[in-house]
Design a protein around this ligand. Sequence first.
Ligand code: F6P
Length: 367
Amino acid sequence: MKKIIISTGGGDAPGLNAVIYAVVKTSYKKGWEVYGSKSGYGGFLDMDDMVRLTPRDVEGIYATGGTILGSTNKGNPFAKPVENLAGEVQIIDVSDKIIRNFNRLGFDCHVAIGGDGSLEIAHRFSQKGMPVIGVPKTIDNDLEETDRTFGFDTAVSTATEALDKLHSTAKSHNRVMVVEVMGRDSGWIALYSGISGGADVILIPEIPFDMEAVCQKIADNELREKHYAIVVVAEGAVTSDGKVFNRGKGELGREEVILGGVGEWVAAEIRKRTEKDTRSLVLGHLQRGGSPTTFDRLLALRFGAAAVGLIEQKIFGHMVALKNSLMVPVPIADAIRRRKKVAPDNDKIATARDIGICFGDTESLAP
Ligand code: F6P
């Protein structure tokens, strides 16, 4: 008999509920008990935010978006912002309290479903002695040590569908459409959706871009009697002279990077330099919403069941990962060491260049 507590942290991603479903179902088959912590670590601090999860509670949730537990990207227990009576914001560390409550309530393992930030927190708890298993989530697909994170496939499908729809309107008006997609540190969503959605230009954080090269591609289109263009830009894309697009201050007056604005800037530059009618749009959180694709559902269900397998084998401090189509354990420390970037020699970059997609770099200018 074991007692497990699950948390979902950071930005939500389609497939979170499928992981919860699989952890609950697999655990109950073994006669174990499962609890959920609401809003990240909320349930570890307040019993009102802890919920018992039985197979009946999770019936059918594998097909739904979001997370039944709620999530937050401002819930780091090692640096929790709280407002004192004078209205000032103080940063406090509540990690010891969380460990005490975890032990007092007799939990055997914490299943932390999250991206780089949440798994970093899970790793710190693991170093403090809490038995932890990680599950890799993020639509950005930027976690190391796993071939895929769940949520990515759904986000790419949403972005690709949007690009498909933009073709007809762009063509009807002879316009350039600039579409900003998510991807803080890496351009996986932009790359996969851009290739699949017939983009002319893809701009990603890993390849700094030059407007000269972008506009050259649009001019080439004109020469070939193609009077419209689709430009896909990741929110984290940077110019070759180092311009980043940060919308600034976060909540509670803390400095926070909130990316955005690159699409609008690129569109304005194209309008100015080419005099083409240009429009921009931001897909934003649409990419995080909705029902997980079959791929993400299956991946999330496999991750959930595999996480329970690791608990049974007492392989703590590890994350379940997809490697060469198999579920394997990897140390959480390795997964969070750095972000998984699109390498310049990635085969999809080569495919994109082969079919004439421009990355806004000098290589794209080659005839
Ligand atoms: O990490 C996933 C992600 O979707 C990023 O691509 C994006 O920058 C971020 O979340 C936005 O998160 P939020 O608006 O919820 O703070």
